[in-house]
Ligand binder design. Structure first.
Ligand code: BG6
Length: 509
């Protein structure tokens, strides 16, 4: 039961107000799906909020046969379809003309000379200062050649250059196991310094995920409770109602463990569990998160058997509509063993979390789209109001809704009004009342400002891979297929049994 909805009572407190340096944003793969659905709408929204630098041309570099005008038409269509706020004619009149198109192939050295010459003209026309952000919205197989050719074409400035900066943004997946991730990181490192590399994990740009640190470290009430003394266990759920859609060629090679756990889920988990960093600066925050990743207990073969559950959806009903099994989706092998669901129990071996299990689950074709962190506190002693063994009080709980309906709730026990003493669980709710920015807006703004806090450092990416690698290996070698779950259910029965063996249950969402 909701008993309260928030209103903002304190004025906004700006931790810092960064400057907006002039720069050109070059999108490699500018005509692809990521640009269309995410990057162009995000850049438009930044410009709407006045968060795009005054001198900031956008240059799309792609293989398609387009020019400035036809690419602008595509960009307009992208904003109309995917912007969180409707396209405004006056805002578009300011934003549209900054967009330019350069046709080129990612592997053709000569095409980079063309790009450099065009960029020089654009830099000059916009006074964008020679600062460049290269956004690699391209398949991972092109990363190496793009980085090398930018270097050969003389388009990468040294990291400590006082006059101009060069930054590169890299999308996941970074590899498909530890060895391949290390190889990709090595290759990027040949041409870019770590301080110039921004590895995107878009979950870190979600408003509610960013708010996690504020919640923990700007409030006195949570931090003392945020330990094994008060917390019984933690559940982290990232559920999607959609299936694999058109992404089977990628997803067949990835699966839920690589696609969601190695990246988004371990990133969020590291913020939930991190020690207070010594400052809010990127290095301190990223060091604290890395400590968590390195403290998660490695899975032994026996742990994988018992506490790493996979599943694959079969045909079923989602929101009343019949949907096909994963193996019947377009471009999926009819005998595919790719997992579309993962549930795991993790231990964090440090003083703060000793003995507190962290349960994670993620899947496609769940009953609904719902991502949530639930912190379950310990039960009150079995005395006073909790002395009836047949009607035990529900433990206190803090739930943080990542999406949708962003916000949080504190679940407490309260008296039902009336002459008798009857108790009920109530939730004190906080809902965001304004639309929150898309993750890509936050992250692009941070790249422009040169703030790496919300981006994955190389050591963290590799620490996550080293954690999931043994599970990938065990599942690949196992002769068994992943257990099936009906689309529209909360995963295979094995996930519920794993919890039941610990005397717990997944939270109903
Ligand atoms: C992506 C995954 O990184 O995140 C997708 O590759 C997944 O498989 C998506 O659907 C989920 O993102 P969001 O922001 O919709 O929760």
């Amino acid at each position: 039961m909701a008993v309260a909805t928030h209103e903002t009572v304190a004025v906004n407190h700006f931790v810092s107000k960064p400057v907006n340096p002039p720069c050109a944003i070059v999108i490699f793969g500018g005509a692809g799906a990521l640009s269309h659905r995410k990057l162009l709408p995000a850049l438009y929204n930044l410009s709407l909020d006045g968060d795009l630098p005054e001198h900031c041309p956008i240059v799309a570099f792609s293989m398609e046969d387009l020019d400035d005008e036809s690419y602008r038409a595509l960009a307009r269509d992208a904003v109309e379809k995917f912007s969180r706020r409707p396209l405004e004619a006056a805002a578009w009149a300011k934003f549209g003309p900054r967009i330019h198109y350069v046709r080129g192939r990612f592997t053709e050295r000569g095409d980079y000379d063309g790009l450099r010459e065009r960029l020089e003209e654009i830099d000059h026309a916009y006074a964008s200062g020679g600062n460049h952000i290269y956004y690699f919205a391209i398949p991972p197989s092109f990363i190496e050649s793009c980085a090398a050719m930018l270097h050969e074409a003389g388009m990468i400035r040294p990291p400590d250059g006082e006059e101009h900066f060069t930054r590169v943004v890299v999308e996941k997946p970074i590899g498909y196991d530890l060895a391949s991730a290390t190889a990709i990181n090595d290759r990027i490192a040949l041409n870019f310094d770590e301080s110039q590399i921004f590895r995107i994990d878009h979950y870190l740009g979600k408003e509610t995920v960013e708010n996690l640190m504020v919640l923990r470290f700007a409030n006195a009430i949570f931090e003392p409770l945020w330990t094994s003394r008060s917390v019984d266990h933690v559940q982290l759920t990232v559920a999607e109602d959609e299936g694999v859609g058109t992404r089977a060629p990628y997803y067949e090679q990835a699966g839920a463990l690589r696609d969601m756990v190695q990246s988004h889920i371990l990133s969020v988990l590291s913020i939930i569990a991190m020690e207070p960093p010594r400052s809010t600066r990127a290095r301190a925050v990223r060091d604290s998160k890395l400590d968590v990743l390195r403290s998660i207990r490695r899975f032994s073969d026996e742990d994988i058997e018992k506490f790493a559950v996979r599943g694959q959806y079969s045909a079923g009903l989602v929101a009343g509509a019949a949907v096909p099994a994963y193996r019947q989706e377009a471009a999926v092998a009819p005998d595919s063993r790719t997992e579309t669901f993962v549930a795991m129990r993790c231990w964090i071996d440090n003083w703060r979390w000793a003995g507190v299990p962290f349960y994670i689950r993620t899947g496609k074709r769940m009953p609904k789209r719902a991502s949530e962190i639930a912190i379950y506190f310990k039960a009150v002693p079995r005395i006073l109001y909790n002395s009836n063994p047949r009607a035990q009080l529900a433990p206190n709980m803090l739930t943080i809704r990542i999406q949708p309906d962003e916000g949080l709730s504190v679940h407490i026990i309260s008296k039902v009004p009336g002459a008798q003493v009857r108790l009920q669980q109530v939730a004190v709710d906080f809902h965001y009342t304004t639309t929150t920015p898309e993750a890509y807006e936050t992250l692009l703004r941070d790249v422009i400002h040169g703030d790496q806090t919300l981006f994955m450092r190389r050591d963290a990416v590799e620490a996550s891979w080293s954690l999931v690698d043994p599970i990938i290996g065990a599942w690949a070698e196992s002769p068994a297929d992943p257990p099936l779950y009906a689309a529209g259910s909360w995963g295979p029965i094995e996930a519920a049994l794993m919890m039941a063996a610990d005397g717990r249950a997944w939270r109903a969402l």
